[in-house]
Design a protein around this ligand. Structure first.
Ligand code: HEM
Length: 134
C-alpha cells in the first residue's frame, strides 16, 4: 500500500491526452466534418480559424489553460451556436465525427470514454431546433 495512491492528483483530461494528441483529434475531426453532408454546409470553406478556436476551447474545457477565454472571452457556446439550426440529427452527425476522430488515434480506452462522455453531454446541450423545423 502506498499513500500516493490516495493523494489528490493534478491530472486532468487535458494533461492525460496531451496537447499533441488533442490537436490530432481536432484536425481529424474537421476533415470528417467537411465530408459529412448533414453539417458540412454550416462551416466556412477555410476551417483554420474554426480549428484554432476549437483547439483553444477544448484545452480549457478539458482542464488545461483557458486559452479560448483569454483570446475570445466567455465561450457562451449555446449563444454562439444560436445562428445555426442544430437539430438532433445534426448534433448526432457532429458527435459521430468527433467520436470517429477520437477513435482514430487510439487513446487508452478509459481516457477515450471519459473524453467522449464529456463532449457528448455538450453536443446534446447544443441542440436548439426540433428535427422537423430545420
Ligand atoms: C452539436 C452539434 C454542433 C454543431 C452543428 C456545431 C457547429 C458549429 C459551427 C457551424 C460553428 C461556426 C464555425 C465558424 O464559423 O468558424 C461552430 C463554432 C464553434 N463550436 Fe460548434 N457545433 C456543435 C457542437 C459543438 C460542441 C459540442 C462544442 C464544444 C465541445 C463546440 C465548440 C465550438 C466552438 C468553440 C466554436 C467557435 C465559436 C466561436 O468563437 O465562434 N461546438 N460550431
Amino acid at each position: 500500500m502506498n499513500l500516493t495512491d490516495f493523494l489528490p492528483t493534478q491530472e486532468t483530461l487535458y494533461s492525460r491526452i496531451g496537447a499533441g494528441r488533442l490537436r490530432q483529434i481536432v484536425q481529424m475531426f474537421y476533415s470528417l466534418v467537411k465530408a459529412e453532408p448533414l453539417i458540412a454546409e454550416l462551416f466556412p470553406d477555410n476551417l483554420s480559424e474554426t480549428m484554432n478556436k476549437q483547439e483553444a476551447f477544448l484545452t480549457g474545457f478539458l482542464g488545461g489553460p483557458p486559452l479560448y477565454h483569454q483570446t475570445y472571452g466567455n465561450p457562451m457556446l449555446r449563444y454562439r451556436h444560436a445562428k445555426f439550426a442544430i437539430t438532433p440529427s445534426r448534433a448526432k452527425a457532429w458527435f459521430t465525427c468527433f467520436a470517429d476522430a477520437t477513435r482514430s488515434i487510439e487513446l487508452e480506452p478509459a481516457l477515450e470514454q471519459e473524453l467522449l462522455e464529456a463532449v457528448a453531454r455538450t453536443a446534446a446541450a447544443m441542440v436548439n431546433t426540433p428535427e422537423d423545423l430545420e
